[in-house]
Structures are given as structure tokens and as C-alpha cells.
Design a protein around this ligand. Structure first.
Ligand code: C5P
Length: 206
């Protein structure tokens, strides 16, 4: 089974996706982490093709580049910024998409990102697109990462990334025609989890 959750930066794809993936024993893949791992590789002069995805058990994924385990080293703004720049490149997107679709052929997956339902797994059985205002997303990010910067700064960073993700030529951020769009502005995380879980439950019943 393939489930996709797409949406802009900071909308909650990761926290929601992880919980839903655990509940249904789906391998959880954060596609942004692959771009971030490549950004880490770039900043450390590593070969992009050495990026590897190693599933651990049912739902966890470990990422290595140049043989180095980088899963927990990818949260900085510097890496996010570099990842968003790299994500504009066709050959980089092709590399990431190839790694993801190979795994999704053999295992039940929940993949989150920007273009998973549109480009990477267009035949996925359940597709979700999460939205929330830039201000709401900035508030969540500040709280989650305990960032010691003014909210407005964080919001501006998010807007800049939105702009880049929505307007790039290849695979811009947009919902697939058959995605269910969930506006999460006034929904807390547990409600979003329940909505997504019930969409998967409905699919499994049919
Ligand atoms: O989701 P995350 O913030 O970790 O993603 C880092 C960057 O990777 C994003 O800003 C975006 O530019 C890029 N990305 C993408 N397509 C995806 C996932 C992430 O272009 N499917």
C-alpha cells in the first residue's frame, strides 16, 4: 500500500505522518530528509550517488551518505536552505524519486513531501495534501524546535521556501487532482492524525 502526504514546510507532515505510519505499520519516508542528506553531502564534499536508504524494522528509515549515518544531523536551517536549492535540480529530483520508488515497490509505505502524490507515487492509494497559513506554521515550528528567533523571521523564512517550492519549474508544490486537501489551521495534531487514519481505514474497508 502507498500513502502520500504532501504540503508546505512546517504544516505537520512529519509528526502526523510518523504517527499514522506507526499505526498502520507502514515504512515512513520523509522525502525532505533525502534532499537534506544530499545537502549535507554537498556541504561535506560527498558523492551524491552514495545516498542510501536502509529500512529498520517496519516503520523506521536510516539514511546514510558517504557511509555516514546522517538521519539525526539534518535539522539546521543551513541544511534546509541548501536542500531547497538542490531540490530545484532535475538530476537531484530524479535521484531522490528513484530511491523512494524502489523501496515503495517492495514495502508498504507512507511517504511525505511536496510532490509525492503528483510525481513520485502517482498511483498511491491514499493521497493527502495538508495546508495551513504561513503564520500558523511559523508558530508550530517555533514551538517544536524551540527556536529563539522572532516569529516574523521564522514566518518569512517559511514564505521564502513556499515561494521557491511553489514556483520552481520541475515538480512544484501542488496537490494531486485526486488528493484529499485538509486545512489544518484550526485542527490540532491529534485531529489531523484521526482524519488521515480514517481515510486510510476507509480505503482498507473497500
Ligand atoms: O520537508 P523538508 O523541510 O525537510 O524539505 C527540505 C526541502 O526539500 C524543502 O524545502 C523542499 O525544497 C525540498 N523538498 C522537495 N520535494 C520533496 C520534499 C522536500 O522539493 N518531495
Amino acid at each position: 500500500m502507498q500513502v502520500t502526504i504532501d504540503g508546505p514546510a512546517g504544516v505537520g507532515k512529519t509528526s502526523v505522518g510518523k504517527k499514522v505510519a506507526d499505526r498502520f505499520s507502514l515504512l515512513f519516508i520523509q522525502s525532505g530528509q533525502l534532499y537534506r542528506a544530499l545537502a549535507y553531502g554537498k556541504l561535506n564534499q560527498m558523492d551524491y550517488s552514495s545516498l542510501a536508504l536502509n529500512p529498520e524494522g517496519d516503520s523506521n528509515l536510516e539514511l546514510t551518505i558517504g557511509g555516514e549515518e546522517v538521519t539525526k544531523k539534518l535539522t539546521s536551517e543551513e541544511i534546509a536552505e541548501e536542500a531547497s536549492k538542490l531540490a530545484k535540480k532535475k538530476e537531484i529530483r530524479a535521484l531522490v524519486n528513484d530511491r523512494i520508488s524502489r523501496i515503495a515497490r517492495d514495502q508498504d509505505v507512507l511517504v511525505e513531501g511536496r510532490d509525492i502524490g503528483t510525481e513520485v507515487l502517482p498511483d498511491a492509494e491514499v493521497k493527502i495534501f495538508l495546508t495551513a497559513s504561513a503564520k500558523e506554521r511559523a508558530k508550530r515550528r517555533k514551538k517544536q524546535l524551540q527556536i529563539d528567533r522572532p516569529l516574523k523571521d521564522i514566518e518569512n523564512g517559511i514564505k521564502k521556501r513556499d515561494e521557491r517550492d511553489q514556483n520552481r519549474e520541475i515538480s512544484p508544490l501542488r496537490p494531486a487532482d485526486d488528493a484529499v486537501i485538509l486545512n489544518t489551521n484550526s485542527l490540532d495534531e491529534s485531529k489531523v492524525v484521526e482524519r488521515v487514519a480514517s481515510l486510510i481505514g476507509d480505503y482498507l474497508k473497500d
